[in-house]
Design a protein around this ligand. Structure first.
Ligand code: HEM
Length: 487
């Protein structure tokens, strides 16, 4: 803890405090006086110390670092921070679990959030991904229901495996992510020993206006390491902040974790003919079809000075793009473009982007004014509307997002690709016998408490369709009948 060099204690309005140990009372045994404004202010401020925790990804740890380009990919994107090898951009990352509350244990089985903020010269670019390349669902309209199943039961306030497996078994698109989650990778050894993924498909646009589809992969340079389930359970009880502590201590000790950033690039027209919809976030693109191309390296080399100011108040939005990087029609991503800034306005406030941790290093010039907690100059007396005749900031047409032709009938439609089984089956078949045995053991342990056999049988049917051996082993582990082909 750093000391404050014996400065006099002051109130929040800067006046010296005469007594910070004894409240002012009417006589030594009398009631407390309302005129003790220092006491009133202290208690009132304390009551307001918490902002609402994130509705998901509440428990997290953050670190500062830099991103350095190692491979010039300016033929694909005009993003200035990626423009030449050797270029460095400061960044901040927040890792998180998904379902638990702010004080929950780190070593639980859950995807890990992997949210990166690049402070580029053209504004902040946020890549708000996970340590998994896919997600449980592929349409934003299912997200609140999905998260309800991950959170607590409204009556018992307990986690509810029944809801979890009911939802998953009725949403077979989740099978790929469920298989990853239940595998060894479901509990990383530390936050440093896992990959990160942008998960969605994004669009890159170059200076000539030509576009490609892109997926991001952060490859850990520490190597993948996972936790044994028994050790994870022990740690969850003994040191619920294990991952948070491990990351902080590694960085404090000069052991700076790093990741190589690679991308997969898909030509725009391939999206029309690829064997599945490349915007479906429950699928990975084959690396044989679209090999990894190195972009750069991310290094975390500085701990936050203050957890609340930097980690809790950090706001990441999948919609914070910079020129050269744009959205794709991924139905999940489209929903996220709305959800995050809306959460930030509620959780941190309308001016959350002006806080030091979120403030771009680039100049911010616009006509937004006022709002709660406007603590910068609020534009002073400068022109506050547009168009104007006073030389105020104006749009730069060269930065318009790329045009994208669309056609069709406005309707609520599902992705027209229903093979939820090939990719999870391939993943199962990639595992060696020990990995398969642990996967099945984890699934059986997680499904055992499910009350209804109907739910278990439905889910076993999905495992079976991915690979008959996968389904058979889970069924046997649960003491339930093995499905037959065609069931
Ligand atoms: C956090 C919504 C899907 C990764 C959040 C938050 C919301 C949210 C409201 C809290 C934001 C805050 O309070 O600052 C949604 C919705 C989704 C969705 C509506 C689907 C439509 C995903 C997916 C990923 C993801 C697919 C990863 C690929 C994250 C991460 C955070 C987060 C990493 C924590 C960010 C941080 O560290 O501050 N999400 N989410 N989410 N979400 Fe999602």
């Amino acid at each position: 803890m750093s000391s404050n060099t014996n400065q006099p204690l002051t109130t929040s309005w800067g006046a010296p405090v005469g007594d910070n140990q004894n409240s002012m009372t009417a006589g030594s045994r009398g009631p407390t006086l309302i005129q003790d404004v220092h006491l009133l202010e202290k208690l009132a401020h304390f009551n307001r110390e918490r902002v609402p925790e994130r509705v998901v990804h509440a428990k997290g740890a953050g670190a500062h670092g830099y991103f350095e380009v190692t491979n010039d990919l300016s033929k694909y994107t005009k993003a200035a921070f990626l423009s030449e090898a050797g270029k460095r951009t400061p960044m901040f990352i927040r890792f998180s679990t998904v379902a638990g509350e702010l004080g929950s244990a780190d070593t639980v089985r859950d995807p890990r959030g992997f949210a990166v903020k690049f402070y580029t010269e053209e504004g902040n670019y946020d890549l708000v991904g996970n340590n998994t390349p896919v997600f449980f669902i592929r349409d934003a309209i299912k997200f609140p229901d999905f998260i309800h199943t991950q959170k607590r039961h409204p009556q018992t306030h307990l986690k509810n495996p029944n809801a979890v497996w009911d939802f998953w078994s009725l949403s077979p698109e989740s099978l790929h992510q469920v298989t990853i989650l239940m595998s060894d990778r479901g509990i990383p050894a530390t936050l440093r020993h896992m990959h990160g993924f942008g998960s969605h498909t994004f669009k890159w646009v170059n200076a000539g206006g030509e576009a490609v589809w892109v997926k991001y992969h952060f490859k850990t340079e520490q190597g993948i390491q996972n936790l044994d389930v028994d050790l994870a359970a022990k740690l969850a009880g003994e040191n619920p902040d294990y991952h948070t502590e491990e990351l902080f201590n590694a960085i404090a000790g000069g052991d700076f974790p790093s990741w190589k950033l690679c991308v997969q690039i898909m030509p725009l027209q391939d999206a029309d003919t690829y064997r599945f919809d490349p915007f479906d976030v429950t699928k990975v693109w084959s690396q044989k079809d679209y090999p990894l191309i190195e972009v750069g390296r991310m290094v975390l080399d500085r701990n936050p000075e203050n957890y609340f100011a930097e980690v809790e108040q950090a706001t990441f939005s999948p919609g914070s793009f910079v020129p050269g990087i744009e959205a794709s029609p991924d139905k999940m991503l489209q929903g996220r473009l709305f959800a995050y800034s809306d959460a930030h306005r509620y959780r941190v406030g309308a001016n959350h982007n002006a806080l030091p941790i979120n403030r771009p290093k680039a100049d911010v010039n616009n006509y937004q004014r006022d709002g709660q907690m406007r603590f910068d100059g609020n534009g002073g007396g400068s022109v506050y509307y547009e168009p104007n005749s006073y030389g105020g900031p104006s749009q730069a047409p060269e930065h318009k997002t790329s045009a994208y032709p669309v056609s069709g009938t406005a309707d609520s439609v599902a992705y027209d690709h229903h093979d939820h089984y090939t990719q999870p089956g391939d993943l199962y078949r990639l595992m060696n016998e020990d990995e398969r045995a642990r996967l099945v053991r984890n699934i059986v342990a997680a499904m055992k408490p499910v009350e209804r056999d109907e739910i278990k049988l439905r889910q076993i049917g999905h495992f079976y369709k991915a690979d008959p051996e996968y389904g058979r082993r889970v069924a046997e582990g649960l003491g339930l009948p093995v499905p037959q082909d065609g069931e």
